[in-house]
Design a protein around this ligand. Structure first.
Ligand code: KG4
Ligand code: ZN
Length: 487
């Protein structure tokens, strides 16, 4: 609830309230316009709730006196002290104008208003017979002008509750429209999946089912809000594992249905991009190198609502290749962090084929197979593999391809900033190479804690969906292979 100076844009709503409050001596929009133009003597205020005008008032200044010209509150908001808020503001404005006395007229039968004025020190000084066109008398009331303390009420910030369950993290986060984090809870299933050497979809869905209610409840509890306070429910609608996506979708839809809240279906990779706004504003156009367990894409983002895929992998995603390479080297899942660590100790030794794909597309299966064959061959010969050197060779080949193509893309598509997004963005060598190659751009490297899947990223993306009024209904299905170009 805020009070601000009335503007031309408010007049339509003000005139509607005027008609409802004063059906006899009704001011038309033009009367209000005259008051607004009379900036020397008149001041007009509106009381707004989430942008909607729910009351207004006007005052005239005449040296040490001032006159309340009008005051009205929309019918359904009456009886809640909103008139007092406007009166306090006018008393304070009168103080600023160095007025001593405030005058007003009120219908003699308007008991509620007369009581409120008396509370402000107004006294009846005379009665004006048949002052109003319906024949009613008016009281002239006068009070001394004194300052009042106004409760500064900020307009309530919009709140989003977001759920992520596309792969092996179950997460729920609650943020406000200024990205203040009220809560963010993530549980990872990595320990379980690492026993199997990768994500087993059925196991993932089961674990989401076990976790989801607890996680959502915890997030609500930690945020210290009720779902009633939330302005939208967001969830990852795709891409991801269908069973896993479905668990988050069901939770989000149930909340949206039960609490009658708008629903937002967020693209997972947009989450990986927009989470960076937790750190700084994104300048467009933006080139995004999306590198995760399921995706490797170059996405040209002209503004926050325009995504164009200019390159994609023709086979494995780079994260997937990391995981598979780690597996053939008998290392744990997820392979990315392991290879990253091993490669740090490695040196140039093994030769691996550089993927050869035209344009901005990628291919990692050839590289992955080359590693696999090399390992098998050496094992057959009874030779020990230097894991550090092999990790180094794989990583240098894979990452150099990614960075080279991103650089080429930035030459053809003019962009102000470049971002890496997705799980592989945590890779220390990739971050190093990006810094070496994109010093001329605003380079956005997501903080490590935001590289793994979480629900904060879904909430951050949801704010953009809200901005563009992109809501979905309960009939929307999860989309396991959703493109980032889709709404
Ligand atoms: O985005 P993400 O958490 O899940 C998907 O949406 O796919 O990405 C997971 C992928 C895994 O393949 C994992 O091995 C990889 O990100 N990853 C890394 C690193 N940390 C995670 N890859 C390379 N280097 C890392 N440090
Ligand atoms: Zn992800």
């Amino acid at each position: 609830m805020i009070i601000e100076h009335m503007s031309i844009e408010d007049l339509k709503q003000v005139a509607d309230i005027e008609m409802e409050a004063f059906p006899y001596d009704t001011w038309k929009e033009n009367n209000f316009k005259d008051e607004l133009n009379n900036t020397e003597l008149a001041e007009m205020f509106v009381l707004k709730d989430k942008g909607e005008v729910i009351g207004y008032s006007g005052i005239w200044y005449m040296f040490e006196n001032c006159d309340i010209t009008t005051i009205a509150i929309k019918k359904e908001y009456r009886g809640n002290g909103y008139g007092k808020k406007l009166l306090k503001r006018m008393m304070n404005s009168a103080c600023e104008h160095e007025c001593e006395f405030m005058h007003l007229e009120v219908k003699v039968d308007n008991e509620a208003a007369i009581k409120m004025y008396r509370d402000f020190g107004f006294e009846v000084v005379r009665t004006r017979k048949r002052y109003y066109t319906d024949g009613t008398d008016a009281y002239d009331m006068i009070a001394n002008v004194i300052p009042y303390e106004e409760e500064i009420e900020e307009e309530k910030k919009k709140i989003v509750l977001a759920i992520e369950s596309s792969c092996d993290e179950t997460a729920c986060a609650i943020i406000d429209e200024d990205r203040n984090v009220l809560s963010s809870i993530v549980t990872s299933q990595i320990d379980v999946h690492s026993r199997f050497g990768g994500v087993i979809p059925e196991v993932a869905s089961r674990m989401h089912v076990e976790q989801i209610s607890t996680i959502v409840n915890e997030a609500i509890k930690e945020a210290d809000i009720s779902v009633d306070d939330v302005d939208a429910i967001a969830y990852t609608v795709g891409p991801g594992l269908i069973g896993s996506l479905h668990v988050g979708a069901t939770a989000a839809k149930t909340l949206a249905f039960f609490y009658n809240k708008p629903l937002i279906g967020v693209h997972h990779l947009k989450g990986h991009i927009f989470i960076n706004e937790m750190i700084k504003e994104i300048e467009y156009p933006l080139m995004a190198l999306v590198v995760s367990g399921g995706h490797t894409e170059l996405v040209y983002i002209e503004n926050d609502d325009s995504f164009k895929i200019i390159g994609t992998t023709l086979d494995d995603a780079v994260g997937e290749a990391y995981d598979k390479v780690a597996r053939v080297m008998h290392e744990a899942y997820p392979g990315g962090p392991v290879i990253d660590r091993l490669a740090k100790e490695g040196k140039e030794h093994y030769q691996l084929p550089t993927p050869k794909v035209d344009g901005y597309n990628f291919s990692f299966s050839g590289l992955k197979n080359a590693v696999s064959q090399l390992v098998k061959k050496e094992e057959k010969l009874g030779n020990e593999i230097n894991k550090n050197d092999l990790a180094y060779a794989f990583q240098e080949t894979a990452l150099n391809t990614l960075v080279k193509k991103t650089k080429l893309a930035c030459e053809e598509y003019p962009c102000k900033s470049v971002v890496i997004a997705g799980g592989v963005a945590a890779n220390s060598r990739l971050r190093e190479l990006m810094e070496e190659n994109f010093s001329d751009k605003d380079l956005i490297l997501p903080p490590l804690k935001y590289c793994t899947d979480n629900a904060l990223m879904i909430a951050c993306a949801a704010l953009h969906y809200m901005k563009h009024d992109k809501y979905i209904d309960l009939s929307t299905s999860s989309k396991p292979s959703m493109s980032i170009e889709e709404d």
